[in-house]
Ligand binder design. Structure first.
Ligand code: ADP
Length: 398
């Protein structure tokens, strides 16, 4: 099957066309600045990447441009639209309604709409993407793949916040978790790579990108994760603070003259390693370079980030009464060897010892712990598009 993967944001749209049997990417690209001016990039595998300005007042024009690029007689990856067998859509929040991926139907869309107040920035854009594809490609089956679904197996003790229970019952305030597609894909890939039986394994996945989260996966099911009601919780991130004393919101708000929403905005956009490094950068490449030149703020940001990851790994080892293997994934997890080395240093008590030469290796799945280590640590590149493709095919095959 040829599956089109759509990841629709408020002003951008990422797409990939994947052959589900070989899992080869046939073409991919990005629509940017939708509603502003518009820029399209398109890359057919094996050919050069094209980028051009193209007016995109709305997502409808963006999807139309993607379809035109894919079917372009000269450079297209397919001859006609009829070659697209299915579409897999990333959907950020499925609330408690979706514990797995779901076929797009009117009822499914109504349920996603009910989750809008849980993800007011993301779900509306995801819904627009689905709506436009339904109009432009009627009859093509579509599947929604949720960032939150994998975490729905968390037990109550992990997802309940200790606030009056009525607030959970009335407003569904609880821990949901995000990056679920990545945590699901990477945990399975890690078990396969190490030859572990997924049903008997205890795995910790560290998804360390600009947004970062950790999950504890026992027997293939998520039992805890570090993000919460929103992606602001848990680890220190590029620009997000992660966990802090909730009283900071009121205390800081009074000091700087902002209301709760204003402070939350600071915690989302100006905090994390960006804030700790005095605004230097949210990108670990810049921080590592600055730290190597003696920048103390960059050094502190690096330390706080790694320490929080290590403490969360420890908490999840406790949650599962042990751990068999740990995966590092996403931009930082896959590329920042220094970050991995620093985190693994904390984990000696679990019986993990770093193989420095392996840790310096680049690309693909790599075991970075020594063979003598009791717990394996590995780099497992994530691939959310392939994961969405697999989910789409699985739902359609029933
Ligand atoms: P997201 O999908 O959340 O935007 P990514 O998983 O793409 O994030 O990760 C992006 C981050 O990965 C960058 O901000 C940077 O901190 C880090 N990163 C990417 N490449 C490298 C590298 N070679 N060395 C260190 N860090 C890197």
């Amino acid at each position: 099957m040829k599956v089109l993967i759509i990841n629709c944001g408020s002003s951008s749209l990422k797409y990939q066309l994947i052959d589900s049997e070989s899992e080869a990417v046939l073409a991919k690209g990005l629509c940017e600045r939708i509603g502003i001016d518009g820029r399209l990039s398109y890359e057919k595998t094996g050919a050069e990447k094209e980028t051009r300005d193209a007016p995109m007042p709305t997502h409808t024009e963006a999807v139309q441009l993607v379809v035109d690029a894919l079917t372009n007689p000269k450079t297209g990856a397919i001859a006609s639209l009829s070659e697209i067998d299915a579409i897999g859509h990333r959907v950020v929040h499925g609330g408690e309604k979706f514990a797995g991926s779901a076929l797009v139907t009117d009822e499914m869309l109504a349920a996603v709409k009910e989750c809008i107040d849980l993800a007011p920035l993301h779900n509306p854009a995801n819904l627009i993407g689905i709506d436009v594809c339904r109009k432009l490609m009627p009859g093509v089956p579509m599947v929604g793949v949720f960032d939150t679904a994998f975490h729905q197996t968390m037990p109550r003790k992990a997802y309940l916040y200790a606030i009056p229970i009525e607030y959970y019952e009335q407003y569904k305030i609880r821990k949901y978790g995000f990056h679920g597609t990545s945590h699901s894909f990477v945990s399975k890939e890690l078990a396969r790579f190490l030859g572990l039986k997924l049903e008997d394994s205890r795995i910790i996945v560290c998804h360390l990108g600009n947004g970062a989260s950790i999950s504890a996966v026992q027997g293939g099911k998520c039992v805890d994760t570090s993000m919460g009601l929103t992606p602001l919780a848990g680890l220190v991130m590029g620009t997000r603070s992660g966990d802090l004393d909730p009283s900071v919101v009121d205390f800081l708000g009074k000091k700087i003259g902002k209301d709760a929403a204003g402070v939350i905005d600071v915690l989302n956009k100006k905090s994390g390693v960006l804030g700790l490094s005095r605004g230097l950068s949210s990108d670990f490449r810049d921080l590592e370079e600055a730290a190597s030149k003696g920048n103390k703020d960059a050094e502190a940001a690096f330390e706080v980030f790694c320490y929080r990851v290590a403490c969360t790994v420890g908490a999840y080892a406790a949650a599962m009464n042990g751990v068999d293997a740990i995966a590092f994934t996403a931009g930082i997890g896959e590329n920042a060897a220094g970050v991995r080395a620093q985190i693994v240093k904390y984990l000696g008590y679990l019986g993990i010892e770093l193989d420095a030469a392996k840790n310096a290796q680049r690309g693909g799945n790599v075991k970075i712990s020594t063979d003598a280590s009791r717990v394996a640590a590995c780099v497992i590149p994530t691939n959310e598009e392939i994961a969405i493709c697999r989910e789409t095919v699985a739902v359609l095959k029933g």
